[in-house]
Each structure stands twice: as structure tokens, then as C-alpha cells.
Design a binder for this molecule. Structure first.
Ligand code: F6P
Length: 530
């Protein structure tokens, strides 16, 4: 891998003004890419022809294309867990068979989808009822990949939401389940326990609390529970009838699971047709990813921009800035997708990673962020590549003026980041004080950004966008030579928390712990013992 060459190019690029690159009048066309009706503009970065050529060559040399085919065709590319990575099969509804160990997984995928359709249809139509009649509220209890995907998507697709209200409980903090359930009526509530493993402490603790809450109002509490899990026998042991257990294979990673049963709450909210359109958008992005040449391949290009900024230029974070209030949970969703996938210091061969791992991902919707942290993005000393997302059109036709303002703000931010403002343009002639003032008002500019534009935030568009990011993570992982599909780094904290729990009670000595942990425990014990 040509990391040194990339770093040398990045050193040269330091003296380059992005704005000057537009002397090439073809730049915007050359440094943008289309996939279906999406446009990704990456011309407001310091990537020039040479850099782009090197990045594309690096992608080709990494064996990315062979790895991509290995993923789509069911090879066990998640080597540390000896698993295939086949979330794409969940949306392969117009494609052919997908073979895993000599067997086509598609009949099972279709059967599960049909099972979801029937159940979601029954809940929406009032054929499946609670003890008090029609279901008015659905509570999805899950965490990480069993929460963030449906929570993000239900919010994103609010204009299509015509089913029962949906709530999401994830945190083991009792405040989460307490505050959610306290507004609900057990007799008309459906609880969905979503956990791939059905062992996650947070989810099982919340599920038990929900069962106790349900039992207080409903004769047979298990009757108003459904489960989503790859461990059906554990769901059965919890008391959920097999007809309401929706299974999936270990070849669907938690953070890639919204396309299957983990999306049940989404399907109940928006209906099977819109859920199908969501899958259709992702399927279209899969086809594009599989067939478009590397230099015109949107997930590949987005990944190469990420590699350039992080491993090339050394920018450690990237901001995801959706100018779309309904994508408010997208940054949180992408934090898990990107950081749990590519936050690793060991390469596939067991050796240390020769470059930094994937970046810190963070963000908030625009325009809110503009009145909070954009100050640092414009004038701070660290460079933060920004990834803007915006719809050409909003859903609220009567509020189109709002949408024009929204789009204008998004485009103005990327323009301001690139162009900056010269102190001499501050309009303050003469005097040291005026000069000082002008320096405070100056914008250095030359700060990179990409912008993704989609026509409107429909289920289809959301499917395209989420699959775009999934494949981007895959490509970055392939270039880094890591396994993007395991997550061993979450285990240590879980194990220590298990041992720590008894020590939180006042009558447990914590003498064997380090000084800091002991101090904290003893303080908590003293407070609780009062
Ligand atoms: O601890 C991390 C993790 O394993 C995630 O990868 C996963 O999405 C989440 O926990 C929830 O896991 P489960 O669906 O098995 O409850």
C-alpha cells in the first residue's frame, strides 16, 4: 500500500488553495459522481488529478474488487468470527440466489420478510390487538445495531409514518424505560425485544422491566411481545411465542441489520410498501457499487475522500452535517457504523495498522450546528472535513421558503469553508486596532467538504444513502486491510461492568481496585448508603 506516497502528496497539497483548483473549468464535473438520482460533489477538497489517480490506483491495488465480490457472494470475509457478511442479501429482492456454504439464503430471506409483512400488516390494521384493543404504541427495546437503525429510519421517514407511534429504549439507565413507558398504556402497547444475541445486558434488563410493567396491566404479558433475534431459542425461553419471533442469520452484523427483522418497528410505522422502497434504494446502491468503475463508483469515491483526509492529510475527525432535520439521528447511526467497523489498530494479518484507523465521526443537523460548533470548523486551528447532505426538495410544500433557506445555508457553508475571507476585505482601513479586529473577522478558508444531494428524503433515497455509507465503510476497511465486521473492542468494558456491579452497593469492599476506581466507588457507596 502506497501510504508514504499519499502522505507526500498531502504535504504538497498543504500549499494548494482549493478555490484555485477551479481554474480548471471542468473541475466540478470531473470531481463529482452520480449514482441513480444522487449527486456527490467532492470538488471542494484538495484532491487534484494526480491525487485522485493515485487514490484510485490504491483502491485497485488493495484487491478491493475481489473483496467486494467475496462479500456479495457469501465468502467468510469476517475472518475473526468466521462469518459471512451478507446484509446485502436482505435487499437482494430482484437479484438471483445468494449462496452460503452451498445453500441459497434467499428463500429464507423472503420467508422472513413475508412473516414481517404479515405481522406488521396485522398490527397496522388492528387484526393483532392488545388486551385493550388496537395497538397504539410500539416500543423497540434494543441497543447499538438493534436500535440505531430503526430509530434513525423511523425519524427520517416521518412523512410516511401512518402506523402506531414508535418508541425506542436502549440505555440501561432506568430513566430511559421509565420515561418511555410512563406515557403509555400496557393494554395497547406492543413491545419488540430486538437483540441479535438475546444476551445483551442493557436489552435484557429493559425487557424484564417492560415485562413487569406489562404484567401489571395485562393478563398474559408475553402475548404483547415480539422478538427479533438470531438466537430464537433464547427468545422462546423469555416467553415469546415462536410465531412472533423473527430470526436472522449470524451473517448479518448488528450494525448492518436494519434491512431485516431489526427493521420491524420501521415496517410497522410506515407499512410494507415503503419498507420495500427502502430496500429497493439500497439494492440500487448495491448494483451501482458492484458494477460502476472505481473512479465513478460513489461509495468508492466517498471512501477515497475519507482516506485522503484521514490517512493522507491527517485530519482525525469528520463531521456529518445533514441539512435535513429528519436525519437528526444519522450522525449517531454513522458513529456506530463507521467507528465500530473501522476503529481498529490491528490489520487482518494480525500486524499493527501502519496508518491511523478510521476517523472520529460526529455531527448534528444543519442549520442548528451553525449556531453551535461551526465557529471551530471555520476558524479553529484543526481542519475538520465536513460532509454535507441535503435534499433538493422538502416534504412540506407549504413551507418551501424554509427549504430554500435550508439549501441556501448548506451551500453557503461549503462555499464559506472553501473561500474564507481575507482580513483586508474586512472593510476596516488604517490603524493597528482596526487591523487586529480584521484578523478576528478573517476566515482562513481552504477547508474541505463534500456535499451529497438527493431529490427528496423518501424511503428509496434513505435506502440509497444508508447503503452508500455501508459500502464506504467497507471500502475504507479494505484499503486499511482490517476486518470491518467484528467489534472485539466492546468486550472489555462489558466484562468489567459485570464484576463492578456488586461493588456499587455500599456493603461491598472495593479494596482490590485501582485508586481512582476505589475513590469513585467509595464515594458512590457513601452517597447511596445515606
Ligand atoms: O456491544 C456492541 C454490540 O455487540 C453491537 O455490535 C451490537 O449492535 C449491539 O452490541 C447489540 O447487540 P445485540 O443485538 O446482540 O443485543
Amino acid at each position: 500500500m502506497e501510504w508514504d506516497r499519499l502522505r507526500r502528496l498531502a504535504t504538497l497539497a498543504k500549499d494548494r488553495r482549493i478555490a484555485n483548483l477551479f481554474r480548471d473549468t471542468e473541475r466540478a464535473r470531473k470531481f463529482s459522481v452520480r449514482a441513480g438520482d444522487l449527486l456527490l460533489d467532492f470538488s471542494k477538497t484538495s484532491i487534484d488529478d494526480t491525487t485522485f489517480g493515485v487514490l484510485v490506483d490504491m483502491a485497485a491495488a488493495s484487491g478491493l474488487e475481489a473483496q467486494r465480490e467475496a462479500m456479495f457472494s457469501g465468502a467468510r470475509i469476517n475472518q475473526t468470527e468466521n462469518r459471512a457478511v451478507l446484509h446485502t442479501a436482505l435487499r437482494n429482492l430482484n437479484g438471483g440466489p445468494v449462496m452460503l456454504d452451498g445453500r441459497d439464503v434467499m428463500p429464507g430471506v423472503r420467508a422472513t420478510l413475508e412473516h414481517m409483512r404479515r405481522f406488521a400488516g396485522d398490527v397496522r390494521a388492528g387484526r393483532f390487538t392488545g388486551q385493550g384493543g388496537r395497538i397504539t404504541d410500539v416500543v423497540n427495546i434494543g441497543i447499538g445495531g438493534s436500535d440505531l437503525g430503526p430509530a434513525m429510519a423511523v425519524r427520517a421517514l416521518a412523512p410516511c409514518h401512518d402506523g402506531p407511534r414508535c418508541h425506542f429504549v436502549s440505555n440501561v439507565d432506568g430513566a430511559d424505560i421509565h420515561d418511555t413507558l410512563s406515557g403509555l398504556v400496557p393494554e395497547t402497547t406492543l413491545i419488540i425485544v430486538a437483540s441479535k444475541t438475546f444476551t445483551t445486558v442493557e436489552t435484557m434488563t429493559n425487557a424484564e422491566a417492560a415485562r413487569a410493567w406489562m404484567a401489571a396491566g395485562v393478563g398474559e404479558p408475553g402475548a404483547q411481545f415480539a422478538a427479533i433475534s438470531a438466537a430464537g431459542e433464547r427468545a422462546a425461553a423469555f416467553g415469546i411465542a415462536p410465531g412472533r419471533v423473527f430470526g436472522f442469520g449470524d451473517w448479518v452484523g448488528g450494525r448492518y441489520s436494519v434491512w431485516g427483522p431489526v427493521g420491524l418497528s420501521l415496517m410497522i410505522a410506515v407499512g410494507a410498501e415503503d419498507f420495500g422502497a427502502f430496500l429497493g434504494g439500497a439494492e440500487a446502491m448495491d448494483r451501482h457499487f458492484r458494477t460502476a468503475p472505481l473512479a465513478e463508483n460513489m461509495p468508492v469515491v466517498l471512501a477515497l475522500v475519507g482516506i485522503w483526509h484521514n490517512q493522507g492529510c491527517g485530519y482525525a475527525t469528520r463531521a456529518v452535517l445533514p441539512y435535513d432535520q429528519r436525519l437528526a439521528r444519522l450522525p449517531a447511526y454513522l458513529q456506530q457504523l463507521e467507528m465500530e467497523s473501522n476503529g481498529k489498530g490491528v490489520a487482518m494479518d494480525g500486524g499493527p495498522l501502519p496508518v491511523p484507523s478510521g476517523p472520529v465521526v460526529w455531527g448534528e443537523p444543519g442549520t442548528n450546528g451553525q449556531h453551535a460548533f461551526y465557529q471551530l470548523i471555520h476558524q479553529g486551528t484543526r481542519i475538520i472535513p465536513c460532509e454535507f447532505l441535503v435534499a433538493a426538495e422538502g416534504h412540506e410544500a407549504a413551507l418551501d421558503h424554509h427549504h430554500r433557506l435550508l439549501v441556501a445555508n448548506c451551500l453557503a457553508q461549503s462555499e464559506a469553508l472553501m473561500l474564507g475571507r481575507d482580513p483586508s476585505a474586512g472593510g476596516m482601513a488604517g490603524g493597528e486596532a482596526a487591523g487586529r479586529q480584521a484578523r478576528h473577522r478573517a476566515f482562513p478558508g481552504n477547508r474541505p467538504s463534500t456535499t451529497l444531494v438527493y431529490p427528496k428524503l423518501t424511503p428509496y433515497a434513505l435506502g440509497q444513502i444508508i447503503a452508500l455509507y455501508e459500502h464506504r465503510v467497507f471500502v475504507e476497511g479494505a484499503l486499511l486491510g482490517i476486518n470491518s465486521f467484528d467489534q472485539w473492542g466492546v468486550e472489555l468494558g462489558k466484562a468489567l461492568a459485570r464484576d463492578m456491579e456488586p461493588l456499587v452497593s455500599a456493603d461491598h469492599p472495593a479494596g482490590h481496585k485501582d485508586g481512582s476506581t476505589r475513590l469513585l466507588l467509595e464515594f458512590v457507596q457513601a452517597c447511596r448508603g445515606r
